[in-house]
Design a protein around this ligand. Sequence first.
Ligand SMILES: *[C@@H]1O[C@H](CO)[C@@H](O)[C@H](O)[C@H]1NC(C)=O
Ligand SMILES: *[C@@H]1O[C@H](CO)[C@@H](O)[C@H](O)[C@H]1NC(C)=O
Ligand SMILES: *[C@@H]1O[C@H](CO)[C@@H](O)[C@H](O)[C@H]1NC(C)=O
Ligand SMILES: *[C@@H]1O[C@H](CO)[C@@H](O)[C@H](O)[C@H]1NC(C)=O
Length: 550
Amino acid sequence: MVPVQGKVSSDIPKWQLALLLGVPVTIGAAGLYYYYKKNKSKKNANNRGESSKGSKPDQRSDEHVEKKPSTPNEIAESLKTEGNIFFKKGQYDSAIEKYTRAIEACPKESQQQLSTYYQNRAAAYSQLGKQQNVLEDCTSALEYNKFYVKALSRRAKAFEAVEKLEEALNDATALCMLEQFGNQSSIAFADTVLKKLGKTKARDLYASRKPLLPSKAFVKNYFTAFVNDPLIRTIVEEDTPLRQALELIKDGELDNIETLSTAELSNNDSKYHHLALLLRATFHMLSMSSENALSDLEMLLREKESAREIKSNALIKRALLKMQSANRDGAMKDFDEAEQLYSDNADIYHHRGQIYLLSERMEDALREFEKAISFAPECDVAHAQKCYAEFRKMSEINPAKKQEALNNFENISKRFPDSAEVSALYGQALTDAKDFEKAEKFYDKALEKQTDSGMLYVHKGLLYVQWRNDINAAVEMLQKAVETDPSCGFAYESLGSIEVQRGKFQPAIDAYTKALNLSRTEEEMAHIYSMVAAAKAQVSAAKYMGIEVN
Ligand SMILES: *[C@@H]1O[C@H](CO)[C@@H](O)[C@H](O)[C@H]1NC(C)=O
Ligand SMILES: *[C@@H]1O[C@H](CO)[C@@H](O)[C@H](O)[C@H]1NC(C)=O
Ligand SMILES: *[C@@H]1O[C@H](CO)[C@@H](O)[C@H](O)[C@H]1NC(C)=O
Ligand SMILES: *[C@@H]1O[C@H](CO)[C@@H](O)[C@H](O)[C@H]1NC(C)=O
């Protein structure tokens, strides 16, 4: 199947959704509500819901301190008030000194008061940018009053400031739970931390990971996305290592490709030097070793004499690598260069169309697919993608014409009855159009032709979620997907999302962790890492709040 399949509209929910959906199902809004009611009667409850501005100290009872203080509590309260006055004047050092004295004067059993003083001192430290002190004081405030919203929020921000992102996320998640996901600014903050965490972790993980061979089905599908790939079209007469390698890769077998192409390259008399380089680059791309792939492609592209078929294919592949590392402009330049070199190559338009499709530029995608078809009228994948882009475009601008687009699909599915790609994309369009019963038929039809595709099982599983919210059927399909193709990362990712939604965090974390290993790009890795982190933070926050999760 074509790579675009994993990313279309029935995609997994974003983490916020997972978080929002996950919470009510798990601990239940009822659980949180219970917790709220239980604590309302306690004296420490009044600190939690308070909504005074985050940067100011608590001064709720300032006005009550009129008479001369005599008890230790009154003395402490009066010192705090003095601290607040300094704070308002921007004299933070003096404020800190007063709060410190308030803490010292306050009896240890007056926990509510103590938590306020620590929180206020944290606010003053925060103004001075002394994050370490902020962290310590917030932690003390929370020891005296575990559910002190302001202290939790301040500590989350301080953790973020010192790049302790996991800790920041745990606090931010607990905060969101405390506020019953009712405060957009807290949710936005958690989201920011999560994205930052995903990015940071993905950078390290991506750099350190080992090459990973995809399944045979994946390799075979990869080549259906090219009509003009010289690796498929070239006939090598001589019995050379390259010939063996090309036969293997056509069957999706990757084990010896690198050795064989290197053997070909070491033969000075070989006339297949360029092809061998292209093959080795393609092998590296498939095994997610982008740097090696890039270095082979650049070596090839520096050669003056290489055939335009080979060179334009190399440019398309380099463009795809650049897209993976989010270098869109670079990718577009490579496509343009390929077009100048060999404008009849349908693969250029086909792949550029897919990029537009993924970035929801349906009009541009449609134009590219039409051009691809004009150069390769028998390319089933290009026809299917054109129909899909048309369908999506109509869904956006003219829903009344959606049916027309589906009719075109019907037409090409008759024209290419044996094409798994056509059936699969038609199934996708039917799912989007909520014609679930028919969608299932076409996924089944695709599966008949392509029994080893994990991806198709994933799509069928997601169909059951959308159609009947049948989680068990969906999970069964996803398990089938990973049995069929253990390298199908999208299956693990979808499994993770489903487990989060039904509140099973540990299984979700396990599934996401597997998906992490199988993700193909750094961006994908960052996204999945965010999902892992969100699930872990929810477990930790729930524990903090004394709520049981599984
Ligand atoms: C939401 O959170 C922000 C930042 O923590 C806070 O300043 C604001 O008062 C909160 N809003 C409500 C309605 O609680
Ligand atoms: C191949 O060429 C390189 C340099 O061009 C040379 O050093 C090497 O000896 C040659 N090998 C054979 C087997 O001819
Ligand atoms: C359906 O496909 C046939 C060719 O197989 C074509 O002649 C016909 O015009 C198509 N119909 C529509 C509605 O696209
Ligand atoms: C992920 O890959 C690493 C090696 O790259 C391996 O050690 C680890 O066991 C894998 N984890 C999972 C969950 O597959």
